[in-house]
Design a protein around this ligand. Structure first.
Ligand SMILES: [Zn+2]
Length: 189
């Protein structure tokens, strides 16, 4: 039961030795501190790598730590909720006078959240990263229907709270602009 680090974490190449070699100091794998990604990586690729490492770190910080190979959609959902504290998108609560206003006239105390578009893009990157790092497609927790359902709920509730309809068929040109903004918002954090 000591196989926590079997799945490669993208950049952290765990030395040549086999896992059976007892590591002397401190124990645990070394997380490369801000290690240098090869410069030829595209923005998407480096973002994907960062996301993947963040997720791996998140699992390691659980009590008890969760191995990547044992992660399931429940961990992914927790991870998404955990990320909300770093969100930058105001999502009005139902009691707020600005509920349903995409462009409120004043400040309020409603929480900041991750915008739906950001989470959706994040899940897409992690889904790809999971399989690129040796995960089996049929085991991919990011491809779970529970995640899809969760994202759809987020999308709908944020649409209501912010007065932004997410219409699939007919794009209203006026309303679509805030959506695009919301999507971009967290992509360069
Ligand atoms: Zn509010």
């Amino acid at each position: 039961m000591s196989s926590d680090h079997q799945i490669k974490l993208g950049i952290s190449e765990i030395g040549e030795g086999s896992s059976s070699r007892g590591v002397g100091v401190g124990g645990g794998a070394t997380i490369p501190s801000g290690s240098q990604p090869p410069p030829q990586l595209s923005r998407y690729e480096s973002q994907k790598r960062r996301d993947w490492n963040t997720f791996g770190q998140y699992l390691k910080n659980q009590r008890p730590p969760v191995a990547l190979s044992h992660s399931n959609y429940g961990h992914v959902l927790d991870f998404l909720r955990y990320l909300d504290q770093f969100g930058k998108t105001k999502v009005h609560l139902q009691g707020c006078v600005f509920y349903g206003h995409s462009d409120p006239a004043g400040p309020c105390t409603c929480p900041l959240r991750q915008a739906w578009g950001s989470l959706d893009a994040l899940i897409g990157r992690l889904r790809a990263a999971y399989e690129e790092n040796g995960g089996l497609p049929e085991m991919n927790p990011f491809a779970s229907s529970a995640i899809r359902v969760y994202l759809r709920e987020i999308r709908d509730s944020q649409a209501k709270a912010r007065g932004i309809p997410y219409k699939k068929k007919k794009k209203k040109r006026n309303n679509i602009i805030p959506n695009v903004k919301a999507n971009k918002e967290t992509s360069n954090t």
